[in-house]
Design a protein around this ligand. Sequence first.
Ligand SMILES: Nc1ncnc2c1ncn2[C@@H]1O[C@H](COP(=O)(O)OP(=O)(O)OP(=O)(O)O)[C@@H](O)[C@H]1O
Ligand SMILES: [Mg+2]
Length: 288
Amino acid sequence: MAIQTPVLRTVGLGKTYTDFWGRPRLAALKDLTVEVRPGEVFGLLGPNGSGKTTTIKLLLGLLRPTSGDAFVFGCDPGDRVVKQRIGYLPEETYLYKFLTADETMSFFGRLFGLDEATIRTRSDTLIRMVGLEHARRRHLGEYSKGMARRLGLAQSLINDPDLVILDEPTSGLDPIGSAEVKDLIVRLKQSGKTVLLCSHLLADVEDVCDRIAILHQGSLLEVGSVDELLRNDDRQVVELRAPDAAVLEAVRSAAGDHLVSVAPPRERLESHFRRIIAAAGSQGTSRS
Ligand SMILES: Nc1ncnc2c1ncn2[C@@H]1O[C@H](COP(=O)(O)OP(=O)(O)OP(=O)(O)O)[C@@H](O)[C@H]1O
Ligand SMILES: [Mg+2]
């Protein structure tokens, strides 16, 4: 198998912020060496202030490293050609509140040098995808936080990027919106895109990421595939369909001392929530 160039690569990457006089103040990132491969959904995790956004800004060429190197598609992050291939959703939504959603998409489309027909087709698809068709002609000043976040996501995809960098994409979204973002990330992956995702919602990260890195105070604690990191080979889960008392008793006695517990599985709150909201929607209650 041919070795593919990593989409993102850092080698001993470090960033120390300096104060007004240029004196080193805080080592926000220390000696980070990781790779993100083509087509992967990669999660960057860590507590507040652990260096996630700093890493993203270094990868986008918005900050210069103090030490080490960052490569995007094998090139310097500041490279113009590289920037054309990246979609970026910043941690804070920065959109012009006197523009409408349509105007915002058109503005960013033109920044990427797209023609009007392409902008229109992509805007239609993306605005529909993030569920904002009903509000596309309203000024963003009237948008709720979640609506603005959705538009930010649509805007980050206007250039049909090969690499999508999402810094806390679900912040401000309700559980349905968060679930939709997760679905969107899965669809981006299916269409061959690479995704770098920062999120504090560990359940979401677990659902969508192939591999993760965990940062703490600027240092890398752990990196690896979600399956490998979370797998517990000391135990096995056996699922039975509609077992009656006799079947359960047979399982108990066959397992003997190996048995840890026998109990019905619990639905996850997210799927429960999605189900009851969907059911309420079909009975005439709709979200706006
Ligand atoms: N422009 C800056 N000047 C000085 N220090 C900064 C600057 N930006 C970030 N820092 C510091 O660098 C450290 C890492 O910040 P960063 O924003 O990368 O963290 P994060 O992991 O994204 O956190 P969060 O989960 O809160 O978004 C923090 O201690 C922060 O205070
Ligand atoms: Mg951050």
